[in-house]
Design a protein. Structure first.
Length: 511
């Protein structure tokens, strides 16, 4: 491509001593998104009790955010390249804070689903902009590896801070308070970001193609919706039609990008084996993990009877492992190799998920904690190095598009993981056999069963709840096994696709 960053921006980014302070603003944005993603799982039992959503509505509340964000990431990454990455980050953060208030005060399941979708629109502006700005702030490869490690470690820290803060809030306030914690973070981000972040954009980028935006959105939502519905309810004509529409839109999107002089996404990026391998590794990793993570908070609270704050603390080892691994991942990849670190990290996650197939209703914490620690370490190594490979594989003027592809893989994996693995849990759970008089609501979700038990005779309620919890754990172990298989397959794919990939000397290259 002929487009380049404006020289003034590049010079400022290289020489300005405030680049590490600027990084602190970017990691606040990541913290915002990570905290939001994790507190929802913790709040799910309370949302079930208050809004009484059906099982399908509960899944939509969980994954509509990912649907929308996956459909818009490429478009928003490209828009940031055009209008300025700082501008789109600050506008997106402001919108994210405002829409969080709408989520907090949603009074019906339908309104909460809409609010989560709008949050996805705002969230789509944040992640590509943060990674792209890191690419333009840090030109020294080793500095950039450390910056990406800090970026990834903050995301992991957010997954720990979210449940702990969320657990505290849920014990003292109503469930909507978990969304309001976004506000102070957003305010600090915007006020500090205005002063510290340098603006960067692509010179002469060409027009922002709205037809491509629509094709991308329709394609991603159509495909993910079809997978979700097929996994939950089996194949119906409407499901097949949505899948075909989505696939046709994505095909048209790719064809259009290849013809446009200034595409939203340069498809030639995928010719780089390291780039494609890193993106695929991210997608499969999140697919294998997300469905499990979504239901783990419910297991800790509704099956093992932990309070929200205690459940949040119980998930802490995963974040600690990811933070530590993320900070040393770049150094490890240079010392050993990219594929050893990424494949090893993915294999470790796969083995930890396999260990979780052994859990029962009364499993002690040592097994859970150890498995979560290994998951965190593996994720910290693999995600940090793949992000570095993706950023260093492309010219800096394409950083927004490349970052958006990386984040799209992440969000698509999350949506598919919650849809497929979540549907395994839900499918097994719905078939439990309760005593006579068990209400239909108890079969919709475990939260519904807990609430229904309170209105039943003591003995019947206890028997019903016992059956429901056993079925939930059976579904959870089955999902863990499926996740383990996906992660081990991802480790194998990464071993071949990342062969010869290196981090030194700026652009990654083949040995």
């Amino acid at each position: 491509m002929t487009s380049t960053l404006r020289p003034t921006t590049t010079t400022e980014a290289v020489k300005r001593p405030g680049r590490w302070l600027a990084l602190s603003v970017l990691v606040l944005a990541v913290l915002l998104v990570a905290v939001d993603a994790t507190v929802l799982g913790l709040a799910t039992p309370y949302i079930s009790e208050d809004l009484e959503p059906s099982g399908t509505q509960l899944l939509w509340i969980g994954d509509v955010y990912s649907f929308v964000i996956a459909g818009l990431l490429v478009s928003m990454g490209s828009l940031g390249d055009r209008i300025g990455r700082k501008r789109i980050l600050l506008v997106g953060a402001t919108a994210f804070g405002a829409i969080s208030v709408l989520n907090a005060y949603a009074g019906t399941p339908e309104l909460l689903i809409v609010a989560r979708a709008l949050l996805g629109v705002a969230g789509a502006t944040l992640m590509p902009a943060t990674l792209a700005l890191i690419r333009n702030l840090f030109h020294d490869p080793r500095e950039r590896s450390l910056a990406v490690g800090i970026w990834g470690a903050t995301a992991s820290a957010g997954t720990a801070v979210g449940p702990i803060v969320g657990g505290f809030l849920l014990e003292h306030f109503w469930w909507g308070s978990v969304f309001l914690i976004n506000l102070p973070v957003m305010i600090v981000l915007v006020l500090v970001g205005i002063r510290l972040l340098p603006e960067s954009r692509t010179a002469n980028p060409g027009p922002w193609d709205l037809v491509s935006v629509v094709l991308s959105l329709v394609g991603m939502i159509g495909v993910v919706y079809a997978v979700k519905e097929a996994a939950t309810h089996g194949f119906a004509w409407s499901t097949v039609a949505a899948g075909l529409l989505g696939a046709a839109a994505l095909y048209a999107f790719v064809r259009r990008q290849l013809r446009l002089p200034a595409p939203l996404l340069d498809m030639r990026l995928f010719r780089h084996r390291g780039f494609s391998g890193a993106v695929l590794a991210d997608l499969l990793t999140i697919l294998g993990l997300s469905g499990l993570v979504f239901f783990l908070s419910q297991y800790l609270q509704l099956v093992q009877g932990r309070r929200p704050f205690e459940a949040g603390l119980a998930e802490l080892p995963a974040a600690v492992g990811a933070v530590v691994a993320g900070l040393v991942a770049g150094r490890a990849a240079r010392r050993f190799s990219v594929r050893v670190v990424v494949s090893g990290g993915l294999a470790a996650i796969g083995l930890a998920l396999a260990a979780l197939t052994l859990i029962g209703r009364s499993t002690g914490y040592p097994l859970l904690g150890a498995a979560l620690l290994v998951v965190g370490v593996g994720a910290g190594f693999s995600f940090t190095v793949t992000a570095d490979v993706i950023l260093s594989s492309v010219p800096k003027e394409q950083a927004g598009s490349a970052s958006a592809v990386s984040e799209t893989a992440y969000e698509l994996g999350a949506a598919l993981g919650i849809a497929v693995l979540g549907s395994i849990v839900t499918g097994v759970y719905r078939d439990f056999t309760g005593p006579a008089g068990t209400p239909d609501a108890a079969h919709e979700s475990l939260g519904g069963a807990v609430e229904a038990a309170a209105g039943m005779p003591a003995h019947s309620g206890a028997v019903m709840l016992d059956a429901a919890r056993t079925a939930f754990v059976d579904g959870l172990t089955l999902a863990a096994g499926a996740g383990a298989a996906v992660l081990l397959a991802a480790a194998g794919a990464a071993w071949f696709l990342l062969r010869g990939q290196k981090l030194e000397g700026g652009p990654a290259h083949h040995a």
